[in-house]
Design a protein around this ligand. Structure first.
Ligand SMILES: [Zn+2]
Length: 461
């Protein structure tokens, strides 16, 4: 199969990616990798320097194993510091492939958002990726998508790509247009307008951040509205663990007669697509192994075997704008390259996403990723300030983990609390308490330069 490919063949037919031999897929990718290395050695501002400075002989890099052995990793810090230096210079053979088509920014909780550029060549690849994602999720031209992503303060894939996904599969789309109302132009819909629009447009697919999708579903239910055609929830942007899924399925069932599926996904701006769950499956499928290779590496930088956790790394193998090689996304995951048991997809899957790399705390004998919790709290629009407190309950003698917070508008209803508890408990892997702070400020600059967001009171005498 892979042996039949010519230089011009950059995409595998879909049927060749189902129940395939993972080695065949990998050798197809490695062929593209070699072409990509030729391009970057001449046209990539940073990597061409790295190659010449370190005397890397790219003709010796034939496999991903060679790449891991010979090429250094790129950290998020490296990229964010100098994002324009990761964009390929044009070549003289096909300059039109290098014209910028669009740009989106990493949402990064640390530092300024960094731009990721898509050229004319890449943009068609992005559309193709979304066609594959839709197919893996079981969507087709009969679907009507309702996009619940807000209009972000800067270009972001969440708001942009679902409409393009609809275009490429021939489906209909309605966009919620929620978002920050700070724009000079009156274009943003309020929450109740978004909810009314969902009911009046009767979509088959709701697509957005899971806690926001839940909020919309609950409001529909509260108002006695229904969405008879609803059959699928596409969620991404934050973890959607068992508790949140349960809430989503429970409320959705009251709004439609259809059985409602939930397809979770893992996306990254650096990818421009998401790894998606197929119906019934729990792993996250790479829809375009022909555009990017995802793998996990151990502490020695060597690819970890399937089933072993490691640092998640991305290598673009066929892009013209922003190109990253051995790029560490900052996540810990377990990969599975074997065919999916449900749909047969053999594009490489994340079997389990273990969260962001970071600090772990031992609470009730369990390792809790406190940085994931704080990252998530930090990204919530309605939270003004927060603190994570770990303490020992004097009655039960068990460790408690509680989040104390202040909301931007001062309100915090029971429903908001329920969603927050479900979300935080999924993130932590154990029940998290939530309280609203009595004071308006949890941390003030007078208390020191850096806000203390985590307080471990267990050892305070
Ligand atoms: Zn599958």
């Amino acid at each position: 199969m892979a042996g039949d490919s010519t230089v011009d063949e950059v995409i595998l037919a879909d049927h060749l990616l189902h129940n395939a031999n993972p080695r065949d897929i990998q050798s197809f990718q490695e062929n593209l990798l070699q072409q990509n290395l030729l391009r970057i050695s001449k046209q990539h501002p940073i990597y061409s320097q790295i190659i010449s400075k370190n005397g890397i002989d790219i003709s010796k890099i034939k496999t991903f194993r060679d790449l891991d052995a010979m090429f250094p990793v790129t950290s998020k810090e490296d990229f964010v510091k100098n994002p324009l230096q990761y964009v390929l210079d044009s070549d003289s053979i096909s300059p039109k492939d290098y014209l910028n088509w669009d740009v989106t920014y990493t949402a990064g909780t640390s530092g300024e958002p960094a731009p990721v550029f898509q050229t004319t060549y890449d943009f068609k690849g992005v559309l193709f990726a979304h066609k594959r994602m839709a197919k893996l999720r079981g969507m087709d031209s009969s679907d009507k998508i309702f996009n619940l992503y807000p209009l972000a303060p800067y270009p972001h894939g969440g708001w942009i790509r679902p409409s393009q996904a609809a275009a490429v599969i021939g489906a209909s789309v309605v966009v919620g247009m929620s978002g920050s109302t700070t724009s000079a132009y009156p274009i943003i819909r309020r929450f109740d307008e978004v909810v009314e629009l969902v009911a009046s447009s009767n979509p088959s697919v709701l697509w957005g951040v899971p806690s926001y999708v839940l909020k919309v579903l609950r409001e529909l239910d509260l108002k006695g509205l229904s969405v008879p055609n609803l059959r699928l929830l596409n969620v991404s942007g934050e973890p959607c663990g068992p508790k949140l899924r349960e809430h989503l399925a429970h409320v959705a069932a009251r709004l439609t007669q259809n059985k409602v599926g939930i397809s979770d996904s893992l996306g990254a701006t650096e990818l421009q697509f998401s790894l998606v769950q197929c119906p019934g499956g729990t792993s996250f499928h790479n829809p375009v192994p022909e555009i990017a290779r995802l793998s996990v590496i151990d502490d020695n930088g060597v690819e970890a075997v399937d089933g072993q956790p490691g640092k998640l790394q991305v290598t673009h193998i066929n892009r013209r704008g922003t190109v990253l090689v051995r790029y560490l996304l900052g996540d810990v995951a377990i990969m599975d390259f074997s065919p999916c048991q449900h749909c047969g997809w053999t594009g490489g899957s994340i079997a389990k996403h273990l969260g962001r790399e970071g600090k772990f705390l031992k609470v009730r004998g369990q390792m809790v990723n406190s940085e994931s919790i704080m990252d998530w709290l930090h990204s919530q629009e309605f939270i003004l300030d927060y603190k994570v407190i770990v303490s020992n309950n004097s009655v039960t003698h068990l460790d408690d983990i509680t989040v104390e917070l202040v909301t931007k508008d001062g309100t915090f209803g029971d429903e908001d609390r329920d969603i927050l508890i479900a979300q935080l408990s999924d993130l932590a892997g154990l029940k998290v308490g939530v309280t609203q702070s009595e004071s308006k400020v949890i941390w003030s600059p007078e208390q020191g330069m850096k806000p203390k967001r985590l307080e471990d009171r267990r050892f305070d005498g």
